[in-house]
Design a binder for this molecule. Structure first.
Ligand SMILES: [Fe+2]
Length: 427
């Protein structure tokens, strides 16, 4: 009888007045909270129902005012726990069930296996974008992405609302419902404008942590930020619209942020790469030059282990290197801390300043092209091969893998972290 009454009540709930036009997608994931985002065609007060099973959404959170850009923060979550959710309003759900779920982040500092997926220069709506998306899914074989980073140029040609809708939110609809996303901004996201208005689609779509909500020192801006996941500290930097100068606001924030972190691994990512001879040249272009001269020294002094960038529509990768801030012709043996390829024998490094960083360019997750040459700092390169970059961190080991558009691993390296007393000297 009770079940019958419940069915009658459900049957009399009016259909939602609003329609879903974007999402849901997930941002700002921490061990105890996450933000669920979506867009509707009509303004309503959004509501998220959530719980520990798809058919047991017994908790809820709601917005206090009607809007079309919905942001609902779920707090008080248990760490490393699977939740299911439904979005909508008091009038009913717009999306729900098995396809809407997330796992809260593990306790900060815990050395649990972490899968980070990086895509760069992907959002052109072409066959390359879809092949890279689908081939990565085949490669992953059900292994969930814990941290999804976008390296900028997320929506070609000019980062318009319609381009973001088609090339990001529609193209990655299913993955966005289950995977928190941490985007960087590129030149195409601002239509090449270094001073874009706050109304551009990138800023409207993404609320990145600027108050230290997910760990790290507050940046005070939506444009660059840091966060923690497990024992990894990640910095998303802005090479397009913020200062790239040594001693500038971004550089000073990086210095403070890296001084404060106690995390075992440090990974930084942004759009314009410091070393490339792919479809762009780091000897000639302002943003690339300035990131290398103004930002890379601060990252290396802060103990950064890995840098991942886009912009150049190829894959390129360095050895374990340090101290190279000039043009490519000045790169020399003194910059190379381990001359190996990092494949058969991992790079071994101590924590702390200037013990080496590996640099990766993966701006070929949709766009892809032939390289104009080869950069001496980036000896491992692929030409005209679309793909994406995977980082697997587990305890004191970090493994990086480039996955091509057919799902094949084409480059792989590892870094192992050893404290000074146990450090193995490089040959
Ligand atoms: Fe770019």
């Amino acid at each position: 009888m009770i079940r019958l009454l419940a069915l009658l009540v459900l049957a009399t709930v009016p259909a939602a007045a609003e329609s879903l036009t974007r999402g849901p997608y997930l941002q700002l994931a921490t061990p105890t909270s996450i933000t669920v985002c979506w867009r509707t065609d009509a303004a309503v007060a959004g509501r998220v129902r959530y719980g520990l099973a798809a058919d047991k959404l017994d908790a809820s959170a709601a917005e206090g005012a009607a809007t079309t850009e919905h942001r609902v923060r779920l707090d008080g979550l248990a760490p490393a726990t699977r939740y299911w959710y439904a979005i909508g309003s008091a009038a009913g759900d717009l999306a729900a069930g098995g396809e809407c779920a997330f796992t809260s982040a593990p306790p900060t500092g815990s050395p649990v296996p972490t899968r980070i997926w990086a895509i760069g220069d992907f959002g052109n709506g072409g066959e390359g974008e879809m092949r890279v998306r689908d081939s990565y899914a085949a490669y992953a074989a059900g292994r969930a992405i814990d941290v999804w980073i976008m390296l900028g140029d997320n929506a070609y040609e000019n980062g318009l609302e319609s381009e973001y809708q088609a090339h990001v939110f529609d193209a990655y609809r299913d993955l966005l419902r289950v995977t928190p996303v941490w985007p960087a901004i590129g030149n195409h996201d601002t239509a090449q404008d270094p001073n874009p208005p706050p109304t551009i689609a990138y800023f409207r779509a993404f609320d990145n942590p600027q108050h230290g909500e997910a760990g790290g020192v507050p940046s005070g801006t939506n444009r660059y930020y840091s966060f923690d996941h497990g024992n990894v500290h990640l910095l998303c930097l802005d090479s397009m619209t913020s200062s790239r100068a040594l001693g500038g606001a971004q550089s000073r924030w990086i210095e403070a942020d890296l001084k404060a972190t106690k995390q075992r691994w440090i990974i930084a990512y942004w759009h314009h790469p410091p070393y490339t001879k792919g479809s762009h040249d780091s000897d000639r272009e302002t943003e690339l030059l300035e990131m290398r001269e103004g930002i890379v020294p601060v990252l290396e002094a802060g103990g950064c282990d890995l840098v991942v960038c886009g912009h150049s529509h190829v894959y390129e990768r360095s050895r374990l290197i340090t101290g190279h801030y000039g043009d490519s012709e000045t790169f020399c043996d003194a910059n190379v801390l381990d001359a190996g390829d990092g494949r058969d024998r991992p790079y071994v490094k101590q924590p702390g300043p200037r013990h080496g960083t590996v640099y990766v360019v993966a701006g070929c997750s949709g766009k892809f092209s032939r390289a104009m040459g080869s950069h001496p700092a980036m000896p491992f390169a692929l030409n005209g091969v679309p793909g994406s970059f995977v980082i697997d961190v587990a305890g004191d080991r970090l493994e990086g893998t480039f996955i091509d558009f057919q799902g094949h691993p084409r480059d792989r390296f590892a870094i192992e972290k050893k404290d000074a007393a146990n450090a193995v000297p490089s040959p």
